[in-house]
Design a protein around this ligand. Structure first.
Ligand code: ATP
Ligand code: FE
Length: 355
């Protein structure tokens, strides 16, 4: 099977071609056109600007993906598209564009949940068998998923407020470090003392796999303001120590909650236990190291896909579409764009019933 996919749910316009079968597919092309330059002046993604950029560039992106794969549209078996969750203007642009391609070329249309795309990436990169445990940590998401099948996900827990990527980005902003915050906070943290500031480890005292990161951000803000009130400003060392303290707290919380999620997962007695990560925050070396230690302690394989497939891309959407198509699932022209779409309801809704 060869599947073309479109992704436009946030601030990246992406298209890709993936070929193969479930558990054994490869990426023939993957194009990601970022929009950072368009949103840089606004301190965040502006939905209206994002939607316009997607609408303008999706066709270019699709053309580039076909060219890179060196295949004509007629060589495709189906077209997959992110049908949610995400910024509705962007998702609509993608769904409309995909419907146009399908109508014009007479191809089947497959709606894909963006989070399912992230969650199925380890099957694309490493052909991992079900069930596996997935930690999705990005700028917008943080959740533990028990992946039992291509459309069978159980959410074991997740953030009750901010996503960790968001917390890294806000920390960078509070300390005057460049965006995106993840890499700059991580770089500062390597120069700092993680013990000088003891930040809270939210929700560790409560059972379950839910996480919280907003209190951590508030604690960091207070520590920063206390230093400024005391000394009139922040030294290089203060900045590094604040980053180190912040990162240590994030690592501790993620490690403990992952330990609990791992215990729930191991209760399913998987033959070849795997814990995989996805999302931009998975690039963090301290977080990776902590998760690797945890997994090796339980004889579990730790898997971090290449970063380009961890962050938003269309190859994961093409692959998730391929899984649906191989299972005999597809959609018709009534496929709706859904701003909200929890993963445990993976089948796309028809028009009217979408929430
Ligand atoms: P989503 O995919 O959930 O819609 P997004 O597009 O913002 O959100 P990603 O592109 O997956 O998310 O990841 C970007 C996030 O990853 C940013 O918040 C960034 O700060 C964070 N990040 C990147 N590198 C690191 C790192 N080394 N350490 C921690 N965080 C990082
Ligand atoms: Fe994403």
């Amino acid at each position: 099977l060869t599947v073309l996919a479109l992704e436009s749910s946030c601030d990246d316009t992406a298209a890709a071609v993936v070929r193969g079968r479930p558990g054994a597919a490869r990426v023939l092309s993957s194009i990601v056109l970022g929009q950072n330059d368009l949103h840089a002046d606004f301190g965040g993604v502006v939905p209206e600007i994002a939607a316009r950029a997607h609408a303008e560039r999706l066709d270019i992106c699709v053309k580039q993906a076909l060219t890179q794969a060196d295949l004509p549209l007629s060589a495709m078996d189906a077209v997959a598209v992110t049908a949610g969750p995400g910024l509705i203007g962007g998702v609509l642009s993608g769904v409309m564009c995909a419907k146009g391609i399908c109508a014009g070329a007479g191809l089947p249309l497959i709606g894909v949940n963006h989070l399912a795309g992230h969650a199925l990436t380890p099957r694309l990169t490493d052909g991992v068998a079900f069930p596996y445990l997935m930690l999705l940590v990005s700028g917008g998401h943080c959740q533990f998923l028990l992946v039992r099948g291509h459309d069978d996900f159980s959410r074991l827990g997740g953030t009750i407020d901010d996503a960790p990527g968001e917390a890294f980005d806000k920390t960078a902003r509070l300390l005057g470090l460049p965006q995106p915050g993840g890499p700059s906070v991580q770089a500062e943290a390597t120069k700092g003392d993680p013990k000088r500031f003891r930040f809270p480890r939210p929700l560790l005292d409560r059972p379950g796999c839910d996480l919280s990161f907003s209190g951590l951000k508030t604690a960091l803000l207070r520590a920063r303001d206390a230093l400024i009130a005391d000394q009139g400003g922040l030294t290089e060392q203060d900045r590094a120590d604040l980053c180190a303290g912040f990162q240590a707290a994030v690592v501790d919380v993620l490690a403990e909650k992952t330990r609990r999620a791992l215990a729930l997962y191991m209760a399913e007695t998987p033959a070849e236990p795997v814990i995989a990560v996805a999302g931009g925050v998975a690039a963090n070396t301290a977080i990776r190291a902590a998760l690797e230690t945890l997994s090796s302690g339980t004889g579990t394989r730790f898997l971090a896909p290449p970063l380009a497939l961890c962050t938003d891309n269309a190859a994961m959407i093409a692959y998730a579409g391929l899984e649906r198509f191989a299972a005999g699932q597809s959609d018709d022209m009534a496929l709706s764009a859904r701003p909200r779409w929890p993963l445990d309801q993976t089948r796309p809704a028809m028009l009217g019933s979408g929430k």
